[in-house]
Design a protein around this ligand. Structure first.
Ligand code: PLP
Length: 363
């Protein structure tokens, strides 16, 4: 890092904000963005907060051709005292570097990245929506920008953070989703890039997502890429099942993405002394548990939805209706607790929420 000082250029024309009930996920962006450059030999340099704007990149930039890129996703909330809270941002920057390792992208200094994020959110603090269920979605990402058509790690990168106010994932309270198990396409295999948050994983997932959408399902449940037997995760979420009083979730096996929400849910369940196991789970076991009336609940976990209860699971032309298609008791309790901690209405016994100091924008 040649200079740690973040330069700030404020926007002269402030955009209009949408009413909270009209916010759609990932469609509108705030007035500012953070950007810094990497050059081999020089390291990360020129960190700056500037008005939100298009970036100019050479068409030969490597990211367009070979997809060397990583991203993160986290949220900021505003509490009753008008403090802005980030939920476990240190975990996201730790994971960003894990993804960087896998994709041969240089590490960013995690403390500096967090400092940059705090300053950016501070500048745009009036963009953090306060209505119930709303939040400021934060998207840090790194792209390879060297102009070169050879296949090799890039010598130049840009690290960018953009912010998007988002509405409630659920229109009227938490509502179950319908998911279809995918038997043909796979998301990732051990040894591949499934553990990295990289765009290519999503590009590879679109086909199955589209086909299940055509059948009326909102998400795909991925199976392992070798035997198509064991459960991996859902779309952009990790997955949990409750079988006969025990909570189970696929173990970190080299192909699933380790969610921050997954980790938080595991901590909460253990804190409540609810039995929870990370292990291999086959679809056959789920079907069996369902047939025996022991499949009590299922839910996905991820930053966007926090908790997404599964109301219906479709596999091999069979429909499994979970908990009568209603949100289960534990799913609801986890959702209420986690969102309560995130928005500061509940005590935060784990110190997960980090306040954004009010320094730049003294409104
Ligand atoms: C981001 C992501 C998740 C969820 O991670 P969180 O940190 O909980 O948001 C799960 N699966 C995939 C594939 C993801 O990209």
């Amino acid at each position: 890092m040649t200079s740690n000082k973040i330069s700030v250029t404020l926007s002269e024309n402030k955009k209009e904000k949408q009413p909270p009930d009209q916010l759609q996920f990932g469609t509108t962006f705030t007035d500012h963005m953070f950007i810094m450059d990497y050059t081999l030999g020089e390291g990360w340099h020129d960190p700056r907060i500037i008005p939100y704007q298009p970036i100019s990149i050479d068409p030969a930039a490597m990211v367009f051709h070979y997809g060397q890129s990583v991203f993160e996703g986290l949220k900021a909330y505003v509490n009753k005292k008008e403090q802005v809270l980030l939920f476990r941002p240190d975990e996201n920057f730790k994971r960003l570097n894990k993804s960087n390792d896998r994709m041969c992208i240089p590490h960013v200094d995690e403390d500096f990245a967090l400092e940059a994020l705090k300053q950016l959110v501070d500048v745009d603090r009036e963009w953090v929506p306060s209505a119930i269920g709303t939040s400021l979605y934060i998207r840090p990402f790194i792209i390879s920008t060297q102009s070169y058509l050879g296949v090799a790690p890039s010598t130049k990168y840009q690290f960018i953070i953009i912010l998007s106010p988002v509405g409630s994932y659920y229109k009227e309270g938490i509502a179950p989703i319908r998911i279809a198990v995918e038997n043909e396409y796979v998301r990732a295999v051990a040894g591949g890039t499934g553990t990295a948050k990289t765009g290519g994983n999503y590009a590879a997932s679109l086909k199955a997502q589209q086909l299940s959408g055509d059948k009326g399902y909102s998400q795909v449940l991925w199976l392992d890429g070798v035997e198509r037997k064991y459960i991996e995760e859902v779309g952009s979420m990790n997955i949990f099942f409750i079988i006969d009083g025990e909570v189970v979730t696929p173990s970190v096996n080299g192909s699933i993405l380790e969610g921050v929400t997954r980790k938080s849910i595991l901590q909460l369940l253990r804190h409540w002394n609810i039995p929870v196991t990370e292990r291999r789970i086959s679809m056959e076991e789920i079907k069996q548990a369902y047939a025996e009336g022991k499949l009590e609940e299922a839910f996905g976990t991820g930053t966007a939805a926090v908790i997404a209860p599964v109301g219906e699971l479709f596999w091999n032309n069979e429909k499994m209706l979970l908990n009568g298609g209603q949100t289960g008791e534990i799913s609801q309790k986890l959702y209420d607790t986690l969102t309560g901690i995130q928005t500061g209405t509940l005590e935060d016994p784990f110190g997960w929420s980090i306040e954004v100091p009010n320094k730049i924008n003294t409104k």
